[in-house]
Design a protein around this ligand. Structure first.
Ligand SMILES: NC(=O)c1ccc[n+]([C@@H]2O[C@H](COP(=O)([O-])OP(=O)(O)OC[C@H]3O[C@@H](n4cnc5c(N)ncnc54)[C@H](O)[C@@H]3O)[C@@H](O)[C@H]2O)c1
Length: 367
């Protein structure tokens, strides 16, 4: 049976991405009727006409889109104004990050719908839908950090990039996975000295081999790691425990010890943040100043560059949308080791152990 797939306009503040771009919806012809909320692609450079030419029907309001569609293919988690649009017939497919959001999780459970967290889809021990956004976010964390270090942003007035052979600025990156590696690469490229911190010795060895004298590496929690956090011009927090709230790796005492005008960018805020006491910021109100230190925690960093991000996202998303359009999709999702971690809520049941533990909610099992 032909499914009805809806692509809403994202309503999270300053979010310009769209989940699927026109060239990628043509493959669903014959499998699904595609509905797109008017102007959903505009922030990423795609018009309603582009979607129509690719075979989609344009819908004038979010209400209408949610009414018609069974599968809602989103970028970010539903926002409060979208809660009333959801009902038990919906399958919500998008970055949900439920471990940091109790009210959203409870609402999704109460609605008795199905919620698939795309960041938890796996392929050979990797998270293929998180990786492209992480690479972009790691790059942007340094870009934002450079901007916040400027005098007009209340930063210490330091140019992070080098104008001579000397590496005069210090960037400390905590968590050296996809986000961290991208931040490290960009920081070294612009001429900063980097300290990389992780719990995984092999990752640190690889980084040392790759970047030599331009990097120093320390195990998380060591005295050297603490010193590198406290003396950095820019700290990037990028730790992840998949599906869970991250550990606190920058404490208030670390912030108190940092030079005034230094910057911390907590990229892990989408999972709840890895800096003590951190609260989410937006692109238009991007930081707080704590004891003279700029602390920024923007949960949708890639939303700042929707043209780049939507193409990357849509390219990687298509094949997983395909999986949802087959008749016995639910059976496939609940049986597959790779897809099962993303199937987090179904018919009022919370199926994710990590989310249940992080939010102290009861875990359910499919019978
Ligand atoms: N804010 C945004 O817009 C945005 C965008 C993309 C990703 N993210 C988030 O960024 C975070 C990192 O994502 P990723 O894709 O790089 O994850 P990843 O799994 O590739 O890397 C995480 C790294 O953290 C390390 N780690 C775990 N515990 C640690 C600890 N206590 N101390 C130091 N290191 C530790 C792991 O060993 C791993 O190397 C996640 O929370 C992800 O959701 C945010």
């Amino acid at each position: 049976m032909i499914k009805k797939l809806g692509i809403p306009k994202e309503v999270k503040k300053d979010e310009g991405r769209v989940s699927l771009i026109p060239e990628h919806i043509t493959q669903f012809t014959g499998l699904a009727d595609i509905f797109v909320e008017t102007n959903a692609g505009l922030g990423s450079g795609f018009t309603d006409e582009d979607y129509q030419s690719a075979g989609a029907k344009i819908v004038p309001t979010a209400h209408e889109l949610y009414d018609i569609s069974e599968i809602i293919c989103k970028v970010k988690e539903p926002q409060e104004q979208e809660f009333e649009l959801l009902n038990s017939s919906h399958v919500i497919f998008g970055y949900l990050h439920l471990a940091s959001n109790l009210s959203l999780t409870k609402m999704l459970i109460e609605k008795k719908l199905t919620a698939i967290a795309t960041e938890m889809i796996m392929d050979e021990d990797e998270y293929p839908l998180l990786i492209p956004m992480s690479k972009i976010a790691g790059n942007l964390a340094v870009q934002k950090g450079m901007q916040f270090l400027e005098y007009s942003s209340a930063g210490k007035g330091l140019l992070l990039s080098s104008i001579s052979d000397e590496r005069n600025s210090k960037v400390t990156v905590i968590g050296c996975g996809e986000v961290g590696k991208s931040s490290i690469h960009k920081s070294i490229q612009i001429g900063a000295f980097v300290t990389a911190i992780d719990v995984n010795e092999n990752i640190l060895k690889e980084l040392k081999n790759k970047y030599g004298e331009n990097i120093s590496t320390h195990i998380s929690g060591s005295d050297e790691a603490t010193e590198a956090i406290r003396t950095a011009d820019l700290v990037v927090g990028a730790v992840l425990l998949p599906g869970r709230k991250p550990p606190i790796v920058v404490t208030q005492e670390d912030i108190n010890q940092m030079e005034k005008g230094s910057v911390i960018v907590d990229v892990a805020i989408d999972q709840g943040g890895c800096v003590e006491g951190v609260t989410p910021n937006t692109h238009s109100e991007p930081f707080e100043i704590r004891n003279g230190v700029i602390v920024s925690a923007i949960a949708n960093l890639p939303g700042a560059v929707p043209k780049t991000s939507s193409i990357e996202l849509s390219t990687n998303l298509q094949k997983y949308v395909d999986n949802l359009l087959i008749e016995n999709w639910f059976e496939e999702y609940s049986k597959s080791e790779n897809l099962k971690p993303s199937l987090q809520i179904h018919s009022g049941l919370l199926l994710s152990e990590e989310v249940a533990e992080s939010l102290s909610l009861s875990l359910s099992k499919l019978v």
